[in-house]
Design a protein around this ligand. Structure first.
Ligand SMILES: Cc1cc2nc3c(=O)[nH]c(=O)nc-3n(C[C@H](O)[C@H](O)[C@H](O)COP(=O)(O)OP(=O)(O)OC[C@H]3O[C@@H](n4cnc5c(N)ncnc54)[C@H](O)[C@@H]3O)c2cc1C
Length: 432
């Protein structure tokens, strides 16, 4: 009988599990269905480069239908799960809900920004987790430069040129560093503005930034950021953002037109409605083979799950490095299940990591050795060039990098695409 495998989430876990199943299973052994709201997988480590315009947004994603040719793809979101009857309910973008019967089901729904109850944060802030946010931030920063250069109001000018990022993990550090690098690069085209007027502030509640990497690597990153005039404030918290006025725990109060909240993530909200065992951070508890205990045929991995880390102890960190390997191992384990074999525990030892800080700038650690500057930047690019799924995407990303080498950042701000009907509405005299 054909085994019905449903994979919820087409991110790292979902895509790599499905690719592995396509590779391992013969036709007729299983029917694999992948459910994801969008028909592409976001290659999130490349989002900071999308934000700085170094990469075309479309090149930083993987088209799921094109790579999952031997699987069924459903554009939709899981809304509920009957683990007894083994039925998943999925809401497509339009129309009635679908029910998918399964024998094995994988949850790889990832994580979203974790907001704290800070007054004004939800109204004024933005996250940095999705393609839309990365694209928006690029246009937003360029728009602030235009606002500041056109206004005669000094307060508005100061507010437009103040960019605050809360959260000194690698997402916050990379996003801030890439955007600051872009803004500095395009400034030559704004004779009305002085470089010293742009304020970039990184706020971190802990005593140090990048707390998942070594002290030395974090110190290298701080030196680079401070050397570029970025105000790195550790042991500091955002207390309020009411009406666009930011209040920090060190007593400072100022207006800022840009507030990016990158202070941690939490599993997608759906997870807590599924009545599954979760840990104190809301992650689905799984065993070392990534099976949810007590629920037959249910598996989970990636940022939404607490996968035991058999190498370092504790739980695997929420990174793409781990999620890719968990996805592949899940594919292997599911193929074993289809053939009546035994699933294998997940075990992975990280070989290093990189933090990009802008063009020709990065810090990293490979096999215990520290690298910095252009060498780290080139090594990071070489690594990602070999990791991006499909030859097509690899070539497009390499093309963007190559074309970007001799040229500066592009200053074109396309934020009008966020209101594409404005011109039409105007033509209709405001009647639509
Ligand atoms: C800006 C940024 C930079 C990063 N840089 C790095 C880096 O340099 N190195 C590194 O190792 N890690 C990095 N990470 C972390 C890494 O991207 C994540 O750990 C990884 O994406 C987790 O994979 P996942 O499969 O669990 O989730 P994701 O890749 O987030 O995929 C989850 C998928 O599930 C879908 N989904 C959610 N809810 C539902 C639902 N109800 N039904 C169906 N589908 C659903 C989502 O739309 C999404 O497509 C970065 C993250 C960000 C945001």
């Amino acid at each position: 009988m054909t085994t019905r495998i449903v994979i919820i989430g087409g991110g790292y876990v979902g895509l790599y599990a499905a690719l592995r199943l396509q590779q391992k299973l013969r036709t007729g052994e299983a029917q694999v269905t992948v459910v994801n709201p969008e028909n592409f997988m976001v290659y999130r480590p490349l989002l900071p480069e999308v934000a700085s315009g170094t990469l075309e947004p479309r090149h930083a994603v993987v088209p799921l239908r094109a790579v999952l040719r031997r699987s069924r793809f459903v554009a939709g979101s899981l809304t509920s799960l009957d683990t007894e009857g083994k039925v998943a309910t999925v809401a497509p973008e339009a129309g009635p809900e679908l029910t998918l019967d399964y024998d094995e089901l994988v949850l790889g729904t990832g994580a979203l920004a974790k907001l704290l109850p800070i007054p004004g944060l939800a109204e004024c802030g933005i996250g940095f987790n999705s393609l839309a946010e990365a694209v928006h931030l690029r246009d937003h920063v360029l728009r602030q430069l235009e606002i500041a250069s056109a206004t005669t109001d000094p307060e508005l000018r100061r507010c437009a040129l103040t960019f605050v990022f809360v959260g000194g993990g690698y997402t916050g550090v990379e996003a801030l560093a890439e955007l600051q690098d872009m803004a500095t690069d395009v400034l030559a085209g704004y004779p009305e503005l002085e470089a010293s007027e742009l304020r970039w502030i990184l706020v971190e509640a802990l005593p140090r930034i990048l707390n998942t990497v070594s002290d030395e690597l974090a110190e290298d990153a701080v030196c680079e950021l401070r050397g570029r005039g970025i105000d790195v404030r550790v042991n500091t918290q955002l207390e309020s953002a009411e009406d666009g006025v930011l209040t920090l725990s060190d007593g400072q109060e100022f207006r800022a037109s840009t507030l990016v909240w990158v202070a941690g993530t939490k599993p997608t909200p759906l997870v807590k409605d599924l009545d599954l065992p979760v840990d104190d951070r809301g992650r689905i508890v799984v065993d070392e083979t990534m099976r949810v205990q007590g629920r037959d045929g249910l598996w989970a991995a990636g940022d939404c799950a607490a996968v035991p880390d058999l190498v370092n102890g504790g739980v695997c960190p929420p990174t793409a490095q781990y999620a890719v390997r968990q996805g592949r191992q899940l594919g292997d384990n599911l193929a074993e299940r289809v053939r009546g074999g035994t699933p294998v525990p997940f075990r992975y030892r990280s070989r290093g990591e990189f933090v990009t800080l802008g063009k020709n700038k990065a810090v990293g650690e490979v096999l215990g050795r520290r690298v910095a500057g252009a060498a780290a930047w080139a090594a990071r690019r070489a690594y990602y060039a070999t990791q991006i799924p499909t030859f097509n995407r690899t070539v497009r990303v390499l093309g963007d990098w190559l074309v970007g080498m001799p040229f500066g950042h592009d200053v074109v701000n396309l934020d009008s695409r966020e209101q594409p009907r404005d011109a039409f509405r105007q033509a209709a005299g405001g009647r639509t």
